[in-house]
Design a protein around this ligand. Structure first.
Ligand code: SF4
Length: 210
């Protein structure tokens, strides 16, 4: 795909949604970090339901530690893989208290050192809580980038590198959300909704649907 097409795609996505953000509910970097940690292989809607009850009771590392492991589990047991996520959340909270004065560090290495936090989660937190121009590549972004030929790559790391290279600076902070939302609601996995896609004429996918 050439530069002009990419620019037009980004411009249309921006015109359609000038201030995109995550569908996870949060009111602090810590709430976002825990919500993203809980969202692996789960829906944002499911995570929001759980955190709507958890955060009014405990929305700091110390408050979650005070709940105890079983106390935390009682709030998140509707989320897939909740046992592992509860253990990782407790360990992460302990590290935040011990090493970062209970704050979420604005630092990639420190974030990725937290249990249950990988590159993708660190990218989301740096981008959405702190405004860094990072691009977290999840399953939706991976699919949309390859299908449209906007930024092709065999794995998520290669797609991330390609996106960082081809997306102009003015779009970098928001491109992560535009591509996720496009993949979640229009360029869906099973049968993309090409007929109602605002970038259909620019997309290079060979097997477009009606
Ligand atoms: S035209 Fe179809 S394949 Fe291309 S981005 Fe739109 S929905 Fe996805």
């Amino acid at each position: 795909m050439n530069k002009a097409k990419r620019l037009e795609i980004l411009t249309r996505l921006r015109d359609d949604n000038p201030n995109p953000t995550t569908e996870l509910n949060f009111s602090s970097p810590f709430e976002l970090l825990i919500a993203v940690l809980l969202s692996a292989q789960a829906t944002d809607v499911g995570v929001n339901k759980a955190t709507a009850k958890l955060y009014p009771v405990a929305n700091t590392p110390q408050a979650i530690l005070d709940l105890g492991l079983d106390g935390l589990k009682s709030y998140i047991k509707t989320i897939g893989l909740f046992n592992t996520k509860a253990v990782n959340t407790m360990k992460t909270c302990q590290m935040l208290v011990d090493l970062h004065n209970g704050e979420v560090p604005e630092d990639r290495e420190a974030l990725e050192a937290l249990p249950g936090v990988g590159r993708k989660t660190a990218n989301v937190v740096l981008n959405t809580a702190f405004g860094w121009p990072t691009i977290a590549v999840d399953t939706h972004i991976f699919r949309v980038s390859n299908r449209t030929k906007f930024a092709m790559g065999k794995n998520v790391d290669l797609v991330e590198q390609k996106l960082l290279k081809v997306v102009p600076a003015e779009f970098k902070v928001d491109v992560h959300h535009w591509l996720i939302l496009h993949g979640r609601y229009t360029c869906i996995a099973r049968k993309p909704r090409c007929g109602s896609c605002i970038i259909e004429d620019l997309c290079d996918f060979k097997d477009k649907t009606e």
